[in-house]
Design a protein around this ligand. Structure first.
Ligand SMILES: *Cc1c(COP(=O)(O)O)cnc(C)c1O
Length: 417
């Protein structure tokens, strides 16, 4: 098919041309004396995306799932108890991984569509007088349901319960796109991957560990080899890795971090919020509901859109893909068929997203959903039009009267036209 495939799954996300070009290079010796000039600054710069100065960043050739495993196995021992909230497929998979590496998991189940249950976390921690619970696991942005949880709130209830457990946060679909503050929120271990907010192909599992987490390393007895922080720290200290790193991904990461810093992280977060508000305006105009049950949980990186009974969300996705070259996210596990997702994170702007909204609208009509043609596009485009951050306008020579220098005749004539 001619033209671009519109990639609107919530990961992998679109890779900016600048990042693609940065990755297109010959392989090089990762033991050379030049290599530390790449690896050293990268590990430092990465910390800025986590907003930590006291933490230490780790880059594994893996994915977010590897990051989950690294965070747990480097800080815990088999039989240790962790408290984990489950409200979607990703929180479910992290719990499953924790159990399979030998941890005992106290699961707090919440409705899929809700966020981390702060009160129940506080109750569980307050009741744990013996401090059996060694860690609290929270998924910041549950990608399966489009729900963002209040991580500062989790830290607040942990402090109120005066509980020493470490705070483990999955930030795979939030870090680099949503406000994330490792130091301010007292996050001890934060996990991400390369293929979401960092706008790279999959292939890096990234973890940031705070001082309290690093101090647990010696006592932590979970088996780990590939993901051992100790081996990584020893090699990273001299600017190297303990095994062969993915050279293109490291160059790509350097470029994607440069893009994020050039835009400014706060502007990146604001852009994601504004884009997401447009998508939510479209959903409202379609007469549909988000999976997220309350506005406080609305995710600015992914919207999970419920389809009415009798409609299979998977059909919407398949038609969007086959007829319109648009990739939408599927409903996962118990949400299969009940919803479809629009990923709106990474390298995106207004008109790209309007294309996805138009395609979703067409596919929904094709499967028989009663959405008014153009309704979502109209609502979103009006949101984008009225909130656009404009480039400085072309200088037409028009000045406020008191600021007016003696205008050359030609410019004055132009302004009068
Ligand atoms: C994508 C994702 C993951 C990790 O998935 P990988 O495929 O292993 O990179 C974990 N958690 C969340 C919230 C995600 O969105």
């Amino acid at each position: 098919m001619a033209g671009r495939n519109f990639l609107f799954v919530p990961g992998p996300t679109n890779v900016p041309d600048r990042v693609l070009r940065a990755m297109h290079r010959a392989m090089e010796d990762h033991r050379s004396s030049d290599f530390p000039a790449l690896a050293g600054p990268l590990l430092q710069d990465l910390k800025k995306v986590f907003r930590t100065s006291s933490g230490q960043a780790f880059i594994f050739p893996a994915t977010g799932t590897g990051g989950w495993e690294a965070a747990l196995t480097n800080t815990l021992s088999p039989g240790d108890c962790v408290l984990a909230a489950r409200y979607g497929q990703f929180s479910h998979l992290w719990i499953d991984l924790a159990q399979r590496v030998g941890l005992r998991v106290d699961v707090l189940d919440a409705e899929w569509g809700e966020g981390a249950p702060l009160e129940r976390i506080e109750e569980a921690l307050t009741a744990d007088k013996a401090h059996e619970i060694k860690g609290v696991l929270v998924v910041h942005n549950e990608t399966a349901t489009g729900v963002t949880s209040d991580i500062a709130g989790v830290r607040r209830v942990m402090d109120r319960a005066k509980h020493p457990a470490l705070l483990y946060v999955d930030g795979v679909s939030s870090i680099g796109s949503l406000d994330f503050r490792m130091d301010d929120w007292g996050v001890d271990l934060a996990v991400t991957g390369s293929q979401k907010g960092l706008m790279l192909p999959a292939g890096l599992g990234i973890v940031c560990a705070g001082p309290k987490a690093l101090a647990r390393r010696e006592q932590a007895k979970c088996a780990r080899v590939f993901f051992d922080f100790g081996d990584m720290m020893k090699a990273n200290a001299t600017g190297y890795f303990p095994y062969t790193p993915s050279i293109p991904l490291l160059y790509g990461l350097r470029e994607s971090l440069a893009l994020l810093f050039e835009e400014g992280l706060d502007n990146v977060y604001a852009r994601h919020h504004r884009l997401a508000e447009g998508v939510r305006a479209a959903i409202k105009a379609w007469g549909l509901e988000l999976c997220a049950r309350q506005p406080k949980w609305h995710s600015d990186t992914v919207s999970a859109i419920m389809v009415p009974p009798g409609i299979n969300g998977a059909d919407v996705i398949d038609i969007a893909y086959r007829r319109y070259d648009l990739a939408l996210g599927a409903g996962l596990a118990r949400m299969a068929g009940k919803l479809f997702r629009i990923g709106h994170l990474g390298d995106l702007n207004d008109l790209m997203l309007l294309g996805a909204i138009a395609g979703a609208e067409m596919a929904m009509r094709d499967v028989g959903m009663k959405v008014t043609p153009g309704s979502g596009v109209a609502a979103a485009s009006e949101h984008y039009r009225t909130t656009a951050r404009r480039l400085p306008e072309r200088d037409t020579g028009v000045r406020a009267p008191d600021a007016q220098p003696a205008a050359p005749a030609a410019v004055a004539a132009g302004a009068a036209r």
